[in-house]
Design a protein around this ligand. Structure first.
Ligand SMILES: [Zn+2]
Ligand SMILES: [Zn+2]
Length: 177
């Protein structure tokens, strides 16, 4: 996921639009087993030479497979991620007191490698608690039935299982009398 910016660097104020597409096997490994990439990553980048910085505005598209945190089912999700990053050429000008700024990514030569940027932004965009649908009803805590597929036969009285045991005991007492 590299872009040759040799031309751009020489022309302050210039702007280029780039589209990159590629598989990221390293990201795949990092995400497994929580997520699987189902498509290559498409990155659309607008790269600006602001004069002092190379400013990148990008969108990333990729289809991932996740596990629902409630019903545990696998489902596909299309991620559409926007990001902004700034790059600066590593050069003899280092030492001007700007290098503490870790918001700015340094590069050298004519090539900017966007792989790490793309990887980090995709990881940050993954949902912490993935849901197959907004109102996923999850699994029955007693029998494990997927409640999206229909109700199970478990008693509806949700809540404290100790109360359920008590209820059963009371019932036995009644049966005895
Ligand atoms: Zn679900
Ligand atoms: Zn049940």
């Amino acid at each position: 996921m590299k872009v040759n910016v040799a031309e751009l660097i020489r022309r302050p104020g210039a702007q280029i639009d780039v589209k990159l597409e590629g598989y990221l096997p390293s990201l795949e490994k990092e995400l497994a087993p929580e997520a699987t990439l189902l498509s290559p990553v498409t990155a659309k980048l607008r790269i600006d030479n602001s004069g002092t910085l190379i400013v990148v505005e990008g969108t990333l598209l990729v289809r991932v497979q996740l596990h629902c945190s409630r019903c545990l089912k696998e489902f596909a999700l299309d991620l559409d991620v926007s990001f902004n990053e700034a790059f600066r050429e590593k050069g003899p000008s280092a030492g001007m007191g700007m290098e503490q700024d870790d918001e700015i990514i340094l590069f050298s030569g004519d090539i900017i490698d966007f792989t790490t940027t793309i990887r980090d932004n995709l990881i940050a965009a993954l949902p912490m608690k993935a849901l197959c649908q907004k109102n996923c009803r999850g699994l029955c805590p007693r029998c494990g039935q997927d409640l999206n597929q229909g109700e199970c036969d478990c008693p509806k009285s949700e809540g404290d299982p100790r109360m359920a045991v008590l209820g059963k005991l009371l019932k036995t007492e009644q049966d005895k009398s």
